[in-house]
Design a protein around this ligand. Structure first.
Ligand code: 3HC
Length: 309
């Protein structure tokens, strides 16, 4: 009987159809989905910290309002994604505990500090730009709830990317100090943005299986290449240089050739030794502990409602 279910599952994947929570699925498929979607959700929630750092110090009410809206969107993206993991039988509490005690990851990019206001624009332009390259294909991922969450996320992500690019464009039309601030920010975020796509395919233990299961529809290197090809003309439009001496158009390939990120740095950051890992996780732990009474009160109130219903 399990063989028939396995065949049914494989036929669904082969015809690029969707699995829904109540469908039978191999344990490895479910585990991979929980791992990836939970880490995606953790990334959205942790990602609120670097940007949130500038809400109180934005240079105008408009910039403050736009940043506030973006950070709130990230919280919402985290909640959609945790809801998708809940359909796979794990609770948000369990996943948060796993994040806080280091048993689950979040994107390396959020372990870098936001040292200048230009970082707000660079994160929108490069980090959300990279996220779009990664998340548009995920709209067609084989697990229904994840793909549907991505459709809503991608719509909001394009606003994030546009506001970041527009912020940088405004600064590039400003004083020399502002232009220098933008260039310095791009120099700091370019390589970490390329690392967001994960290790090279040859060093990616999960990509082959995730592609076979239709969880990923492109490999890490394919999406990284797409991001570089998309970003180079935007950098030219802005008037910033990307800090990669090997970056050049290759007419034979029809793509840009580019240098390799520092994969030792990547491994260090993923293992928890990046510039801000301890601070990010401590902040998340504090928020989780400070909010415990709210969760307890809401649960007690809901139980009372049920009793009196
Ligand atoms: N940061 C932290 N860990 C990373 C990583 C990164 N940038 N890239 C890879 N890793 C980890 C993987 O999680 C895996 O470890 P694990 O098995 O313990 O989970 C290991 O390194 C090997 O990498 P693989 O390529 O084999 O792993 P995956 O197949 O899971 O691919 C991924 C990694 C491409 C990030 C994939 O998980 C993915 O596409 N996730 C969904 C998108 C996502 O999570 N984006 C994060 C940013 S969210 C964001 O930017 C929001 C925006 O609004 C700002």
């Amino acid at each position: 009987h399990e063989d028939e279910l396995q065949e049914l599952f494989e036929a669904t994947i082969a015809r690029h159809d969707r699995l829904e929570p109540r469908d039978w699925m191999p344990e490895g498929y479910r585990r991979t989905l929980v791992r990836q979607i939970a880490q995606h959700a953790h990334s959205e929630i942790i990602g609120m910290q670097p940007e949130g750092n500038w809400i109180g110090r934005a240079p105008s009410l408009r910039r403050k309002a736009v940043l506030l809206a973006k950070v709130q969107d990230e919280a919402g993206h985290g909640l959609y994604l945790y809801s998708a993991t809940e359909t796979l039988g794990v609770s948000r509490d369990e996943l948060t505990e796993m994040l806080i005690d280091g048993r689950q990851k979040y994107s390396s990019i959020f372990n870098y500090p936001t040292l200048s206001y230009a970082d707000v624009g660079t994160i929108g332009w490069l980090v959300d730009g990279a996220a779009i390259c990664n998340q548009v294909p995920l709209c067609r991922t084989s697990f229904g709830p994840y793909g549907r969450a991505m459709i809503r996320v991608c719509k909001e992500e394009s606003f994030h990317q546009r506001q970041g690019f527009e912020l940088l464009m405004t600064m590039m039309r400003g004083t020399e100090e502002q232009q220098a601030m933008v260039q310095e920010s791009v120099d700091r975020f370019w390589w970490p943005a390329l690392m967001m796509f994960g290790p090279p395919d040859a060093d990616s233990p999960n990509t082959a299986q995730s592609m076979a299961w239709g969880i990923k529809t492109h490999t890490n290197d394919e999406l990284r290449q797409k991001f570089v090809d998309m970003t180079v003309p935007q950098a030219a439009r802005l008037g910033v240089t990307l800090p990669d001496p090997d970056l050049r158009w290759n007419p034979e390939r029809g793509h840009h050739d580019f240098g390799q990120p520092d994969w030792q740095e990547f491994a260090r950051v993923v293992k928890g030794h990046g510039p801000c890992n301890a601070q990010r996780v401590a902040h998340r732990r504090q928020a989780w502990e400070d909010g415990a009474w709210v969760r307890e009160a809401a649960t007690a109130y809901a139980a009372k409602q049920e009793e009196s219903a």
